[in-house]
Design a protein around this ligand. Structure first.
Ligand code: TYD
Length: 211
């Protein structure tokens, strides 16, 4: 069986990651790979309901973190683990790094509690934690991201946060990279779309996962 792959996409709102998820799905499909495209919070009927609550209703930071991990648990059990067991390429628009960045960095919620929830939710039956094989982190200055978001659509609870919030989110991502640098590929998102795409492709090719 071909090697299952778990690839996550991360970055602050406005960094433009989502448009490259579809591009990468197509590139893998052209190689004959089965691809599961999904997102967090969400990816299952239950997790999508939790997404609607988490992205719209005011709540305290622990409630928010618990909803993110509850959604993740259902998503892992129903979609991600079965897809990986089949040997799929799983492309996930955000995963746990977003919880550390947004709830930990942005909201200032306790990093250690998040690490405990991560252990509970992502422990594999055999041993170790389920983590992406690679995380593409789209880097963009929060001020530029704010300009890109302005007027684009009706903002949700996070998108309407001030630039300082996103500076803290970016710092949260940096902390996650520092804890596990080998898992991350940083993508400079302050470039033309084609140049960003070329960097995405290069990061996956360096791993030997695409020709
Ligand atoms: P996003 O991925 O940007 O989707 P869209 O482009 O459709 O809006 O939206 C998800 C939002 O949820 C984003 O603002 C980040 C936030 N989020 C968290 O706060 N914690 C998490 O654990 C995850 C997965 C997302």
């Amino acid at each position: 069986m071909t090697q299952a792959l778990f690839i996550s996409f991360e970055g602050i709102d406005g960094a433009g990651k989502s448009s490259h998820v579809e591009g990468l799905a197509k590139a893998f499909q052209e190689q004959g790979r089965a691809v599961t495209v999904t997102r967090e919070p969400g990816g299952t009927p239950l997790a999508e309901k939790l997404r609607t609550l988490a992205l719209n209703d005011p709540m305290d930071p622990l409630t928010e973190a618990l909803l993110m991990f509850a959604a993740r648990r259902d998503h892992l059990a129903q979609v991600i683990e079965p897809a990986l067991a089949r040997g799929d390429v799983v492309l996930c628009d955000r995963f746990t790094d977003a919880t550390f960045a947004y709830q930990g960095g942005g909201r200032g919620f306790d990093w250690e509690v998040l690490a405990q929830l991560e252990q509970w939710v992502q422990s594999k039956p055999t041993r170790g934690l389920r983590q992406p094989d690679i995380t593409l982190l789209f880097d963009l200055d929060p001020a530029i991201a704010a300009q890109r978001l302005a007027g684009a659509r009706v903002p949700d609870k996070f998108e309407s946060q001030p630039t300082e919030f996103f500076a803290r989110v970016a710092h949260g991502y940096d902390q996650r990279v520092a804890q596990d640098p080998a898992r991350f590929a940083r993508i400079d998102a302050d470039q033309a779309r084609e140049a960003v795409w070329a960097d995405v492709l290069a990061a996956i090719r360096r791993k030997g996962w695409l020709p």
